[in-house]
Design a protein around this ligand. Structure first.
Ligand code: ZN
Length: 264
């Protein structure tokens, strides 16, 4: 779609993309080339669990310095064996530096049978973020208020991070900003009837970082298809439209936020 493709001459950071998963197995090089063309200078990769840590680290090495790893345990991967999974992630932290802890948080959408364990895993990972003085990347599906409470409880002035894939209310956005956290905004803002565009109207861009959450949540016009970092330009364009400013200004502000938060 050469005519509708947003033309963006700027540098962008995709703060949340699982480009190491199966969906990119045969297309990693193409993904990286298209991201480069779209101005994406960094792709921050949230960990899921030990089934994919090796693949993530391999991808980081192959696309260094573009792809950068986080380390953690995804709330959807918190099951009977979560203590073992936490130990594996903890051992990685003892061995080397990571850009952030994540993704962690709470997921009350898919499965409620490990709620207590999810809280425990989240608390432990918040403590790692404090210990290593790096941001925590929070997944808060159907649990935004609960995640806000967890951050509030642990916010003694030092904790920093992002509510990834934020899609809550204006009130929740304000609470998160007051805690010193950023809102991770991606494809959902382009969805019709999503409501996030209205919430974003009143939120200052200085609190926003951009993300794709690839391979999930592709923006319009790719909704329902595999998402990838190059599509972040559609998120930039939509946010610019909502705020009534240029694509370039939107990119510059949100990139500066990501650089500040992640120390890039
Ligand atoms: Zn994710």
């Amino acid at each position: 779609m050469p005519d509708s493709e947003p033309h963006i001459t700027m540098i962008i950071i995709d703060t949340h993309a699982h480009v190491y998963v199966e969906e990119f197995a045969t297309d990693l090089q193409g993904m990286a080339e298209r991201a480069d063309k779209a101005g994406v200078i960094k792709i921050l990769m949230p960990a899921i669990d030990s089934a994919t840590h090796a693949k993530m680290l391999e991808t980081e090495q192959k696309f260094e310095p573009i792809c950068v790893s986080m380390m953690g345990l995804h709330p959807c991967s918190v099951k009977e064996n979560y203590a073992t999974e936490l130990k594996i992630a903890e051992d990685y932290f003892a061995k080397r530096k990571f850009i952030a802890v994540g993704e962690t948080g709470l997921d009350f959408y898919w499965d409620l049978s490990f709620t207590d364990q999810q809280y425990d895993a989240f608390q432990r990972q918040i403590e790692w973020a404090l210990q290593y003085d790096i941001p925590v990347v929070i997944h808060s599906r159907n649990s935004t208020d609960e995640c806000i409470k967890m951050v509030t409880k642990n916010q003694k002035g030092k904790l920093k991070g992002v509510f990834h894939c934020f899609s809550g209310s204006a009130e929740q956005a304000t609470q998160i900003i007051d805690l010193g956290f950023y809102l991770g905004i991606g494809g959902v803002v382009t969805f019709k009837n999503g409501g996030l565009d209205k919430v974003m109207k009143d939120i200052d861009l200085t609190h926003i970082v951009l993300e794709t959450d690839a391979p999930y949540l592709a923006p319009v016009p790719f909704r329902g298809k595999r998402n990838e970092p190059s599509y972040i330009s559609y998120v930039v364009q939509k946010l610019a439209e909502i705020k009534g400013i240029s694509n370039e200004e939107t990119g510059a502000i949100t990139t500066a936020n990501a650089q500040k938060l992640f120390g890039l």
